[in-house]
Write a protein that binds this ligand. Structure first.
Ligand code: CU
Length: 399
């Protein structure tokens, strides 16, 4: 031990001495050529592996041009084979595309008045655009909207009416509109790239058909609906019956249309909610508003309301429940239910695309809830406000 220590001291001394000497005489490094070669090879190898190994886990076939400045939902599973089209479809709405901010208290589903042509055709004008839309006073989403509102305006016609809808596209991407549930000529049905060319940005397409079925219907985007419908491109389409006996067979005092929707908003960005990893919704709306911002239905004891449930959402089957007594199911998907089959229920599963017309009688005064029975869907980003959230609304019954 002692010997070793002495050696080290001697060595240090000798190094110091050498260094001192070289300052005056010789700047040549004491590195051999083989040593240099090994370091060079190792450095090059590290550089090559540093590029090659990460390249095994990312998609190098994507260019910035393919996906632009796409911002992806946090938690979305992206693998080396995730195509650019999937990224574009799931990306956040670009806030730079917003062309209009709706007032925080604006409502969707406003009745759209048609103009009439000489031959009696009812003409409706729809324009798509990107807007800022408040689902709550302090919660704004970037939405794809018809006529600056979510849901889009209500189109209401009578069975037998000739209808024309001019769809002007002011979105940053192509679109099309489908008239869900209607029997019409195929080229008016709306699926983009199937029955028609997509409506490109800046273009207008005129849909024309005769409303041949009475009942509760809706319209929605049929170009990448997983993105466009999820971001707000849908609206109610109600066809009143020509035959008064259908309405006469129902007994109700008022009606209310309930359009369901799911939203994903994270870190200030709005993404199309999808039933998949990273894209699950955290907000839910009835007619574009989350409770407590949803409307309240006012009724008197003994009055009856016809609720038109519309599955305008994309992902979940929502078991819609009404407190304070059962309702009668009078129409399904626009089809009148025969009287002897009009079952009584207090919860009905409204799946994407479905419509149920139910009649509920106010039997007791008070605040009676209409809400989804999946409790997560009655919260706002997992938080309850005023006893609910999301898919919740109140029927206020007075004596
Ligand atoms: Cu639900």
């Amino acid at each position: 031990m002692q010997e070793h220590k002495t050696e080290m001291v001697q060595e240090n001394h000798s190094m110091h001495h050498e260094g001192h000497a070289s300052m005056h005489h010789d700047m040549k490094p004491k590195v051999t050529r083989p040593q240099l070669a090994v370091v060079t090879i190792l450095t090059v190898l590290a550089l090559v592996l540093g590029v090659a190994i990460p390249a095994q886990f990312v998609n190098l076939s994507l260019s910035a041009e393919d996906v632009g400045g796409a911002i992806m939902p946090p938690g979305m599973t992206m693998t080396r084979d995730t195509p650019a089209a999937a990224m574009r479809e799931m990306a956040a709405v670009d806030p730079g595309e917003v062309s209009h901010t709706a007032p925080a208290d604006a409502r969707g589903d406003r009745v759209l008045e048609p103009s009439l042509t000489d031959d009696g055709t009812k003409v409706f004008d729809l324009t798509t655009s990107v807007i800022d839309w408040n689902i709550l006073p302090d919660e704004q989403v970037q939405a794809y909207a018809f006529n600056g509102q979510v849901p889009g305006p209500r189109i209401r016609v009578t069975e037998g009416d000739r209808v024309r809808v001019n769809v002007k596209n002011q979105l940053p991407e192509a679109t099309s509109v489908h008239w869900h549930g209607l029997i019409l000529s195929n080229e008016m049905d709306g699926p983009a790239d199937v029955t028609q060319e997509p409506i490109e940005p800046g273009e207008t397409f005129a849909y024309e058909f005769t409303a041949e079925q009475q009942g509760t219907y809706f319209y929605h985007s049929h170009k990448e609906p997983d993105r466009q419908q999820a971001l707000g491109l849908y609206g109610a389409l109600i066809v009143d019956p020509k035959d008064p006996s259908i309405e006469e067979s129902y007994d109700y005092d008022l009606e209310y249309t309930i359009q369901l929707q799911e939203w994903l908003k994270k870190e200030g960005y709005t993404y199309p909610a999808m039933l998949m990893e990273g894209a699950m919704p955290n907000f839910f709306t009835i007619n574009g508003k989350a409770y407590p911002e949803t409307e309240t239905i006012h009724m008197k004891v003994g009055e009856k309301v016809r609720l038109r449930f519309v599955g305008s959402n994309n992902n979940f089957v929502h078991p819609m429940h009404v407190h304070g007594g059962p309702f009668e199911v009078v129409q399904t998907d626009g089809n009148p239910v025969p009287e002897q089959a009009q079952i009584l229920k207090d919860t009905i599963n409204v799946g994407p695309g479905e419509r149920y017309d139910v009649i509920w009688e106010a039997q007791e005064p008070g605040k009676w809830l209409v809400h989804c029975h999946i409790p997560h869907h009655t919260t706002n980003d997992n938080v309850e406000q005023e006893g609910g959230g999301g898919l919740t609304m109140v029927i206020n019954v007075t004596e």
